[in-house]
Design a protein around this ligand. Structure first.
Ligand SMILES: CC(C)(COP(=O)(O)OP(=O)(O)OC[C@H]1O[C@@H](n2cnc3c(N)ncnc32)[C@H](O)[C@@H]1OP(=O)(O)O)[C@@H](O)C(=O)NCCC(=O)NCCS
Length: 169
């Protein structure tokens, strides 16, 4: 990453008012909804803070989830126990402010989410993501994510195989 950022949990001290990732639903959620969701413990939100000016350059949300085995490709399920579902961490949203795009921040936040998921003491089989469109899905595929059986915009990455991505950040 060229600009120095730190990634930390969102607090009331962070100024979200100027954030603009180019997607109105993602902007609106971040400015109007995320603190309420966090207070209700339905999501956690982490932000990338520009070290110099304290500007919020990006955010992502994560929560616990589960994945039905019938949604996973057979090549994956044949290596899993025959439970109806496996535990997962869901990254519901990921966004980088337009002025900080293309600096590796999206990849760094993805790596941060993977790292937090891998380090957690509660087990999760995979990080799953909901891509908002095909372009976002391509970003996740670029980082090794695989699509669910019937939904190309829902993707997952088994946490046991994340070491390579983490080593790059
Ligand atoms: C998608 C998004 C998070 C990427 O963030 P970013 O900081 O610009 O991306 P990075 O600079 O970290 O890119 C990291 C790598 O992903 C690649 N990449 C970025 N966007 C890509 C895309 N749409 N398709 C394929 N690869 C992509 C980069 O080329 C780079 O590759 P490298 O590490 O091999 O050099 C950002 O564009 C964004 O916020 N978009 C709007 C919101 C959105 O679509 N969110 C997605 C989830 S809903």
């Amino acid at each position: 990453m060229s600009a120095p950022f730190r990634i930390e949990a969102l607090t009331s001290q962070h100024d979200r008012s100027t954030f603009d990732c180019g997607s109105e639903p993602l902007n609106r959620y971040f400015k109007q909804q995320v603190t309420q969701d966090a207070r209700r413990r339905v999501t956690a939100c982490f932000v990338a803070v520009e070290q110099g000016g304290g500007v919020l350059a990006g955010y992502y949300t994560v929560a616990s989830s589960s994945v039905s085995l019938t949604d996973l490709p057979e090549a994956v399920t044949k290596k899993l126990p025959r439970y109806p579902s496996v535990p997962a961490v869901r990254m519901g949203r990921l966004a980088v402010d337009r002025q900080f795009r293309g600096k590796g921040l999206g990849g760094a936040m993805l790596a941060d989410a993977l790292q937090r998921s891998v380090k957690a003491e509660i087990a999760a089989y995979a990080l799953v993501v909901d891509a908002k469109d095909e372009e976002a899905a391509a970003f996740y595929r670029h980082h090794g994510f695989l699509a669910f059986n019937d939904n190309q915009l829902a993707l997952f990455l088994p946490l046991a195989t994340t070491q390579r991505l983490l080593a790059r950040h």
